[in-house]
Ligand binder design. Structure first.
Ligand code: PEP
Ligand code: MG
Length: 915
């Protein structure tokens, strides 16, 4: 068969016009349906309209390209021929689903219509071919509901109102005295169809068309429209998905999982998306349609017997009850189960990644409806990458590229303190790991308000929907009463790395009263609960949490990263404790120890203040003599924790006024303590006041004005190193001067430090190695880096200040307008979070080039916040830095990002060679 239309790709019935590589054009879903057809897997035939039509649709006032109408008609005819059914036929009708599909999966964000093609006439045909009137009318009822909601936009009028269609169903159930939908009779369903359509006519002013072709085109339009609905826009913003990619539309023949007990539908992963463990993981429902599983309306059943038994044990269900009510796919459909295992294995091998599959069983025949790369937790991502590399399914470089560096931080998520007491009020599914606590809120909007006030929240809902995404984003964790491991709440929380407990059936939620209750316990809005997303527990009150351990596969993964990366990774750490944590996470030294934090210690702040208040150098020297031994102890601790590794210690940086109390009462106390007058202290406070402290008397300017301060700090460092040397500990101090913008500043201060060091060596009769370098954080330092580089032994980019000064944006005040700059697109990213490659990056490039030109051995690193941001780490690699330095918890992130940068660079080089 030749192509019907250039923008339409047919699949199934022995044809596969697309392939998996064509996801930009066909969306992930369409591309993989074609690929499955190519692999000769049982796929119901259909066709995909490309994303280019979506572009055209928006560029041309919601019109379609030439020939598309005929192309769709011919494609439908082809499906009709393949199945021997006809669209709109009263005897043997073809029904189709119309689905969205972008190039990356956006679960539940865009629209889908099922059972399309049902009319007053074809419903009779469906009765006939299925021999099941209830099924036919139930399908028609579902179609009217979906078409009304998705295409004709009949939604609840207010956020907390129930769904208008569900309200009609509930009324019908009450009238008939039944509890479940499944107990409604054919006549009830027929009445429901009439009532739905009456409501649609009354509220929308039109009926559901009785011509299937009109239905089809309206549904296609609605799917294209849904690319720009609010939740899709929010999802794209959160996930950095460009708005111009567009969605494809896949029209596929329906197969039915709800014709009777020999039918079923389900979703499954080839590996556990929570832990990464190998083996089929999923849920199915007998006699149901796909959306029932995802919506979590009924409790899903397990696929394998092993999983079924484990599930029953967790849920406290005995074996007899399990077999009677929750039998697994392996037990209920043994042949299909076997076939499904084979197909899963084939798909995983083919795509070389964990697959997330949807399937339907119609009269004991298996159909594959979708396969896509399975979303997973950080834990699962790393474990799967390591396992697949060990299984030789992928190579190590591919494994490293499979994990987003940011995800690694989730390994460092807290667990419940094992020694703490906990009152478990309910249990549910362990949907997404991590232990968290927070105030209970019952809506996404409320979550945003409370989180903005700086408080931690747990979002509690009956179930979540894509409309709740903004609330989930700010919540610590998510708790739902309904839904399984593949429910919206579970899938989205895992993707976001948030803790989630789902499907807590004992939970009763009263949105109106603002309470949740379970097993006799009642929690009100604003009260604390704790979630353990790894165990599926809901716990009363605020339970303390402890830091996690790192599993062996995590360490193995990072060792692979270390083997390929070129950049060193150091930590910004100010205390021996932080230094120890950093070392455990793999830090290869300290890139920034900010000494000012040590000065705030309550025991020494008054000596620091005395030093600042001093009227002359002698007084200042006296105060510094009190500080010196304490500083020496600080440095002994930190250099010891990093024995054998370099430790960059920065001399005092912030303006002195930061150390002075603001309130007069405190100032009076201080005056009494250090034996001076309040008046004098007020004068000092006045003299230190600065209108623009960020550009004021700070950094090396302090060293020039008050040489005693830097001399005392240098002495503390060198004495500490000498002391350690005596203990046989190898200390490697690197003394760093902040905010240098002129070579002569460096010359003067470095000379003073050397003088102090020589004096200490003489006093102690030993010598230690040390270096003196500078931060590069003033644009002038970048431009004159040849001069500064000639005298400094190392550079460390302070990109916080460098960004501030390059943009002319105050670090203190930018909060007022930065959000506007990002939302209006003036800036693509917050330049304080991700290094600006064009401006700041260019200054860095100049500094590196000029610095290395005059000093070939110059060591260059970065210690601004950007040092732990993956995109910035990659830029640092490209610029040729020696190392990055970041907060201890970002170290694994930086190690992986650095390895990916090295892999990307080598692959680019290889590709260039191939050309
Ligand atoms: C910097 O400016 O990037 C830096 C690391 O120093 P600080 O943030 O302490 O000014
Ligand atoms: Mg700085």
């Amino acid at each position: 068969m030749g192509r019907i239309h250039p923008e339409i790709y047919f699949f199934g019935a022995g044809v596969a016009e697309g392939r998996s590589e064509m996801r930009n054009l066909l969306g992930g879903k369409g591309a993989n349906l074609s690929e499955m057809a190519r692999l000769k897997l049982p796929v119901p035939p259909g066709f995909t309209i490309s994303t280019q039509v979506c572009d055209y649709f928006y560029d041309h006032g919601h019109k379609y390209p030439k020939g598309l109408t005929e192309g769709v008609a011919k494609s439908v005819a082809h499906v009709e021929r393949a199945l021997g059914r006809k669209f709109g036929d009263a005897k043997n009708p073809l029904l189709v689903s119309v689905r969205s599909g972008a190039r990356v999966s956006m679960p539940g964000m865009m629209d889908t219509v099922l059972n399309l093609g049902l009319t007053d006439e074809t419903v009779r045909g469906l009765e006939e071919i299925s021999g099941n009137a209830r099924f036919a009318w139930d399908s028609y009822r579902r179609f009217c509901q979906m078409f009304g909601d998705v295409v004709l936009k009949l939604k609840p009028e207010n956020k907390n109102d129930p769904d208008p269609f569900e309200e009609i169903i509930d009324r019908k159930k009450v009238a008939r005295g039944v509890k479940n939908d499944t107990e409604l009779k054919v006549d009830d369903l027929r009445e429901l169809v009439g009532e739905f359509r009456a409501l649609i006519r009354a509220r929308v002013g039109r009926d559901i068309p009785q011509d299937p072709r009109e239905q089809l085109w309206m549904a296609i339009g609605a799917v294209f429209d849904s690319w720009h609905n609010d939740r899709a826009i929010t999802y794209r913003r959160i996930n950095n998905i460009p708005g111009d990619w567009g969605t494809a539309v896949t029209v596929q023949s329906m197969v039915f999982g709800n014709l009777g007990d020999d039918c079923a539908t389900g979703v499954a992963f080839t590996r556990d998306p929570g832990t990464g463990e190998k083996g089929i993981y999923g849920e199915f429902l007998p006699n149901a349609q796909g959306e029932d599983v995802v919506a979590g309306i009924r409790t899903g059943r397990q696929i394998s017997l092993k999983a079924g038994r484990e599930w029953a044990k967790r849920a406290g269900i005995g074996e007899a009850e399990r077999v009677a009510q929750y039998s697994t796919l392996e037990e209920s459909f043994p042949d299909v189960y076997k076939q499904f295992l084979e197909i899963s294995a084939q798909l995983e091998k083919h795509f070389r990644d964990t697959q997330d599959m949807e399937f339907t069983i119609e009269r004991n025949r298996l159909y594959m409806l979708q396969t896509r790369t399975g979303k997973r937790t950080a834990q699962a991502a790393v474990r799967i990458a390591v396992d697949m590399a060990d299984e030789k399914l992928i190579d190590r470089k591919t494994a490293l590229k499979r994990v987003e560096p940011e995800q690694l931080e989730q390994f460092l998520h807290p667990r419940l303190d094992p020694s703490s007491k906990r009152h478990v009020i309910a249990r549910g599914l362990p949907a997404s790991p991590g232990a968290v606590n927070g105030e209970v809120v019952f809506s996404a909007d409320e979550a945003v308000v409370v989180a903005e006030a700086g408080r931690k929240v747990i979002l509690v809902r009956l179930e979540t929907s894509p409309e709740d995404i903004h609330g989930m984003q700010v919540a610590e964790g998510i708790l739902t009463a309904r839904g399984g491991m593949t429910s919206h709440a579970a899938v989205v929380a895992r993707g976001m790395g948030k803790s989630c407990v789902a499907g807590v059936s004992a939970l009763e939620i009263d949105y109106g009263a603002g309470t949740l209750s379970a097993n006799g316990a009642v929690v009100r809005r604003g009260e604390y609960i704790t979630l353990d997303g790894s165990a599926g527990e809901v716990i009363a009150g605020r339970v303390p949490t402890v830091e996690p351990e790192m599993p062996s596969y995590f360490k193995k993964f990072l060792s692979w990263a270390d083997a390929v990366r070129k950049l060193g990774v150091r930590a910004n750490a100010d205390t021996p404790d932080d230094a120890k944590i950093a070392r455990d996470f793999g830090a290869e030294g300290i890139g920034l120890c900010r000494t000012e934090h040590m000065f705030f210690d309550p025991e020494r702040i008054s000596a620091v203040r005395e030093m600042i208040m001093a009227e002359n150098a002698t007084q200042r020297g006296r105060a510094l003599a009190k500080i010196l031994p304490m500083q020496r102890e600080d440095f002994v601790g930190i250099l010891k924790a990093m024995a054998g590794l370099p430790v960059t210690i920065r001399l005092l940086d912030p303006p002195l006024h930061e150390f002075i109390p603001h309130a007069d009462t405190e100032l009076r106390e201080l005056a009494a303590k250090i034996g001076t007058t309040l008046e004098h202290l007020k004068q000092v406070r006045e003299s230190l006041f600065e209108v623009n402290p960020m550009l004021g008397h700070r950094g090396s300017r302090l060293g020039i004005s008050f040489p005693e301060i830097y001399q005392a700090q240098a002495r503390a460092i060198i004495e500490a190193a000498c002391e350690l040397r005596k203990q046989g500990v190898k200390a490697m101090p690197e003394i760093m001067l902040p905010l240098i913008g002129e070579r002569r500043e460096f010359d003067i201060l470095a000379a003073q430090i050397r003088e102090v060091a020589d004096a200490v060596f003489k006093e102690r009769g030993i010598k230690v190695a040390y270096t003196i370098g500078t931060m590069i954080e003033v644009p002038r330092a970048c431009v004159t880096a040849d001069q500064i580089g000639a005298v400094a032994e190392f550079f460390s980019f302070g990109t916080n200040d460098l960004t501030q000064m390059t943009y002319g944006i105050s670090r203190d005040d930018s909060g007022k307008f930065l959000a506007d700059y990002i939302s209006t697109g003036v800036y693509k990213k917050d330049p304080f979070a991700e290094l600006d490659p064009v401006g700041v990056g260019e200054l860095m490039r100049i500094a590196i080039e000029r610095g290395r030109k005059s000093n070939r051995k110059l060591k260059i690193g970065i210690c601004g916040e950007h040092g732990g941001d993956p995109a910035s780490v990659k830029l640092c690699h490209r610029l040729g830095l020696d190392y990055v330095s970041c907060s201890p918890y970002r170290i694994p992130v930086a190690r992986l990002a650095a390895s990916q940068a090295a892999i990307e660079a080598s692959q680019k080089k290889a590709a260039f060679k191939d050309v």
